[in-house]
Design a protein around this ligand. Structure first.
Ligand code: PEP
Ligand code: MN
Length: 352
């Protein structure tokens, strides 16, 4: 919809706008109102360049696009009926728990094996384990490709799918080729569009699930959903949206907890939401309540850093990981809240 600055476009202006639209195979229908005429764009009105050129005209106030910029991720898109499944769970219907260490310590693989067995026992469905780590300081432990073997060994010992973060194409290829079932895009790479597209292409038709964290700096929800759109446009529709806290942090927490965006996401996109309370609040003692709040807000799952012996962990684990016994209680309580919260889904999206 094109909104002119004055009450209507002159014939010359109308011609100029019509010419631009024609270059993008669109045309125009005037809609006269009492005080102003607005102009509906017929055709695909999402061409960014077309919108920019029209908005650049001195006599145009703005272009309102009714259609969403994420045509694949949109709740109205045909993919809305797509079901994502992992570990025998169907997202949306069943609650999903991803749990495990922030970081796999290649010098102490037994901790990871012990954690993996313990999170299984506690009721988790997917094991998480960081092979490569995005660390603020280049002097901190950066990860090690050898840990992929430990990750996959934990998968075969437990029979559970595993999740790990990749930060570049080389890591992506190593992880996918090794058989990782879930690939995490971390907060720092959530806006790395070329990586997002590559991930979609590399994992197309493989059944790999992508856990897309929300960037630390994302504002509008469309930015988050569009990031997922890149993965889907690359060829893989199995994307889970993962709010994990944004900056500036809330006094006392590592980040600003953002689990409250779940109902807003659910009105815009069909993609399941799996919340990471660990990086949101950043301290083990705050994690269980943050996780339960996330479930109350309608999350389809949670991703929780868990370590069999946090004080012996590396990366975030010593401060942030909960223990498997806490996880067990949390899983039980989450399942109850999940059922309660699900009752309000039709209130949120009537007719869905
Ligand atoms: C992590 O999951 O350990 C991690 C680094 O996450 P994020 O990208 O959300 O900081
Ligand atoms: Mn971590």
């Amino acid at each position: 919809m094109i909104i002119p600055k004055k009450s209507k476009l002159t014939d010359e202006q109308l011609q100029e706008v019509t010419n631009i639209l024609a270059e993008f195979e669109c045309n125009l229908t005037p809609i006269p109102g009492t005080t102003r005429t607005i102009y509906a764009i017929r055709g695909d009105e999402r061409h960014e360049l077309m919108i920019n050129r029209i908005e650049g005209l001195s006599y145009i106030s703005k272009v309102d696009t009714v259609q969403s910029p994420y045509k694949l991720m949109d709740l109205q898109a045909s993919l809305a009926s797509h079901k994502i499944k992992i570990a025998g769970k169907t997202l949306g219907k069943d609650f999903l728990v991803i749990a495990g260490q922030c970081t796999i310590d290649p010098k102490n693989p037994n901790y990871f094996f012990e954690t993996a067995a313990a999170v299984k026992e506690a009721g988790a469905h997917v094991i998480r384990g960081g092979v490569w780590k995005p660390r603020t300081s280049p002097h901190s432990y950066q990860g090690n490709s050898k840990a992929v073997e430990i990750l996959m060994e934990a998968a075969s010992r437990t029979g559970m799918p595993v999740n790990t973060e990749v930060m570049d194409e080389e890591q992506l290829n190593i992880a996918v080729d090794a058989g990782a079932h879930m690939i995490q895009v971390g907060a720092r790479n959530a806006l790395n569009y070329s990586l997002l597209r590559k991930i979609g292409e590399k994992t197309a038709n493989k059944g790999t699930i992508i856990l897309l964290k929300r960037s630390l700096h994302m504002g509008p929800l469309s930015e988050f959903i569009c990031a997922a759109e890149y993965i889907v446009a690359g060829g893989n529709p199995n994307v889970l949206l993962c709010p994990r806290g944004t900056v500036p942090g809330m006094d006392g927490y590592r980040n600003h907890p953002d689990e409250s965006i779940t109902p807003l996401l659910k009105q815009k996109t069909w993609s399941p939401v799996v919340v990471d309370p660990s990086h949101s609040v950043g301290k083990a003692v705050y994690v269980p309540q943050a996780a339960l709040a996330a479930v109350a807000y309608g999350a389809d799952g949670i991703c929780v850093e868990t370590h069999c012996s946090p004080k012996n962990g590396i990366g975030d684990d010593p401060k942030q990981a909960i223990t498997p016994d806490v996880l067990k209680t949390l899983v039980d309580d989450s399942l109850r809240i999940f059922e309660l919260s699900k009752k309000y889904q039709t209130y949120l999206n009537p007719g869905a």
